[in-house]
Design a protein around this ligand. Structure first.
Ligand code: GDP
Ligand code: IMO
Ligand code: MG
Length: 421
């Protein structure tokens, strides 16, 4: 059984936590897109881990993890992440594989990310400033450097020199500071030496594992509405965050995928700029007052709102979601009344799918259906039938309106605070 797990909203749906749970039934966990813009939280007992590039499956002893070709890697950040995990007793030797064709995020990508955001002013995207957009831009423009270059110092230095010259000219014209070739070369070759034992042809390795009937779990990063093709462009990230990205980002063909799990919160959040039709100050204030919904990568407060079934319906269609994992149900425990957006009203018309134009989305007014709250804690519940009836009704409505089967419910950040339906 090979499973693709995707975020069905705007990212931060709780993918890390659900991956940690599903890894129990998998042999290999693969990241196939995004970079260290991702922040996936897993809480196990008193320990809290936030993974950025390394698949969350690494926290389960014996499981293998792959950073596949579709990911963009900041090698210095990756070394930091590996060392941070090792300090905490997580063993990575012979468990982590890194694709030799994954592209590198270089310091000029981060600098350009920052400069472009500055120049956009009020129209900025609100990126994580990790250089993701410029790195994927270079990949598409065929001017990128890859892991395979990093472990060939001579080739790397030659290519880097010419890339730094070009990017320094751009940076200076934008008012940014030029980079020192020597400094970047040293930092990256040092990181390359440390990463070398992990770098391999992951496509060939993964296919070998498939032949041995190993079960693969694909850990999506970001969410459907941050997808470069299907999201609220231009307020998106630069990769295909939807199910198809798992195939192109790993070299595993579509017919080998057995199911798609969509993760979504019982409400909606978004970090960064861009339209969010169900945004609601009351919901944001409530969740922030509980100490929740601050970004795992940048610490920024997430914008919050009611559950948007127009969005998740579209996510179901685009990803082919079979099963739903609904997280953070406990976040709604105190409310007397809860709303679900069931359709948008856009320029006098009722629509069931989001418009493609982000500008148009700003004109969409959510049409809500009201649900009674349960006003009881759910964090200790471990069976669907033990949930307050109003919570059962609410979850059933989320699944029905989205159009997929409810499979996993999460009522707290801990591994144990989860049950299957
Ligand atoms: P990801 O990027 O999709 O992995 O999600 P993040 O880790 O960025 O954000 C999800 C946040 O919600 C993290 O702080 C998780 O620990 C937390 N979380 C996940 N599921 C639950 C849940 O059911 N209840 C509560 N209270 N927290 C949860
Ligand atoms: P995980 O995997 C939430 C958002 C940024 C910004 C936009 C573009 O933890 O769910 P980028 O740095 O990618 O160019 O930023 O995308 N963003 C995320 N939001 N969760 C993430 O990852 C995100 N990764 C990027 O806030 O709006
Ligand atoms: Mg996150």
């Amino acid at each position: 059984m090979n499973t693709i797990l995707v975020g069905a909203q705007w990212g931060d749906e709780g993918k890390g936590k659900i991956i940690d749970v599903l890894t129990e039934e998998a042999d290999i966990v693969v990241r196939s897109q995004g970079g260290n813009n991702a922040g996936h939280t897993v809480e196990i007992g008193k320990e809290k881990f936030v993974l950025h590039l390394i698949p969350s499956g690494i926290l389960r002893a014996g499981k293998k993890c792959v950073i596949a070709n579709g990911v963009v890697i900041d090698p210095v950040a990756l070394v930091g992440e590996i060392e941070g995990l090792e300090k905490r007793g997580i063993k990575l030797a012979n468990r982590l594989l890194i694709s030799e064709t994954a592209h590198l995020v270089l310091p000029y990508h981060r600098a350009l990310d920052e400069q472009r955001e500055l120049r956009k002013g009020r129209n900025k995207i609100g990126t994580t400033k990790r250089g993701i957009g410029p790195a994927y831009g270079d990949k598409a423009a065929r001017t990128g450097l890859r892991m395979i270059d990093l472990v060939r110092p001579k080739t790397f230095s030659t290519k880097l020199k010419s890339r730094i010259e070009e990017n320094n000219a751009i940076l200076e014209s934008l008012g940014g500071a030029p980079l020192s070739f020597r400094e970047v070369e040293k930092a990256y070759l040092d990181a390359g030496r440390k990463l070398a034992p992990y770098i391999t042809n992951t496509v060939v390795w993964l296919h070998g594992q498939l032949e041995k009937q190993k079960r693969i779990l694909f850990e999506g990063a970001q969410g459907t509405f941050l997808d470069i093709d299907f999201g609220t462009y231009p307020f998106v990230t630069s990769s295909n965050t939807t199910a198809g990205g798992s195939c192109t980002g790993s070299g595993i063909p579509p017919h080998r995928m057995d199911r798609v799990v969509g993760v979504m919160k019982a409400y909606t959040t978004r970090v960064g700029e861009g339209p969010l039709p169900t945004e609601c100050a009351e919901v944001s204030d409530m969740l922030h007052a509980m100490g929740r919904e601050f970004g795992a990568t940048t610490g920024r407060a997430r914008r919050c709102g009611w559950f948007d079934a127009v969005a998740t319906r579209y996510a179901r269609v685009v990803n082919g979601i079979d099963e739903l994992a609904i997280t953070n149900l406990d976040g709604l425990d105190t409310l007397m009344e809860i709303r679900i957006c069931i359709a948008y009203e856009c320029r006098g018309k009722r629509i069931a799918f989001p418009p493609n134009d982000a500008e148009e989305l700003l004109h969409c007014r959510p049409i809500y259906r009201k649900f009674a709250g349960w006003q009881r804690p759910t964090s200790d519940v471990r069976h669907f039938k033990k949930l307050p009836v109003a919570a059962q009704r609410y979850l059933k409505a989320l699944a029905e309106l989205t159009g997929a089967r409810l499979r996993i419910v999460s009522v707290g950040a801990q591994r144990e605070q989860t049950f299957t339906v």
